[in-house]
Design a protein around this ligand. Structure first.
Ligand code: IDP
Ligand code: MG
Length: 168
């Protein structure tokens, strides 16, 4: 059994795709075990995308996930945790490839993503990439009390000190 993090990115929220994304993931037979509206701080955004800090698109990515390109008030975003056998790969499959131009037709990104004229990938959803990222990200965005039967070991905290304490 796996749990994986999904974020409806600001382009998805702005373009009223929230219901559609949830519907697609329902259709994939996954169970929703946590959901929360989060105000994405600079710190949270940087921590979430820590592995990409040396990429040329990193600063734009931080602005994008904080809703700065889509006039999202309070940088609000919907964060979700889905659970199921093979949930990480199944959500990735439903999401499609990172580059919307390469994402298969019928996937969320293939159907609704776009590449802006400035080269930013606006790809509607975030989905954890692998087991290690899924654990880190679920712990970063949620406390154990916010997840129905949290599955990740509670002794290894990630995120901020407070978040680590919540999982310890
Ligand atoms: P993923 O979201 O499919 O896991 P990552 O490589 O983890 O892809 O990149 C995180 C996010 O950074 C992507 O979803 C996309 O929004 C953005 N991104 C990734 N690669 C590029 C790029 O080459 N140009 C612009 N934005 C990118
Ligand atoms: Mg990734």
């Amino acid at each position: 059994m796996e749990q994986t993090l999904v974020l409806i990115k600001p382009d998805g929220a702005k373009r009223k795709l929230t219901g559609l994304v949830i519907d697609r993931l329902d259709g994939a037979g996954l169970r929703l075990v946590a959901a929360k509206v989060v105000s994405v701080s600079e710190e949270l955004a940087r921590r979430h995308y820590r592995m990409l800090k040396d990429k040329p698109f990193f600063e734009n990515l931080i602005q994008y996930i904080r809703g700065k390109f889509h006039e999202i008030p309070d940088s609000q975003i919907l964060a979700l945790v889905y659970e199921g056998e093979g949930a990480i790969a199944r959500v990735r499959q439903a999401a499609g490839a990172t580059n919307p131009e390469e994402a298969a037709p019928g996937t969320i990104r293939g159907s609704f993503g776009r590449v802006t004229t400035k080269g930013q990938f606006e790809n509607v959803v975030h989905a954890s990439g692998n087991a290690e990222d899924a654990e880190f990200e679920v712990k970063l965005w949620f406390t154990p009390a916010e997840v129905l039967h949290p599955i990740y070991p509670v002794t290894r905290g990630n995120g901020t000190k407070a978040e680590a304490a919540a999982w310890s």
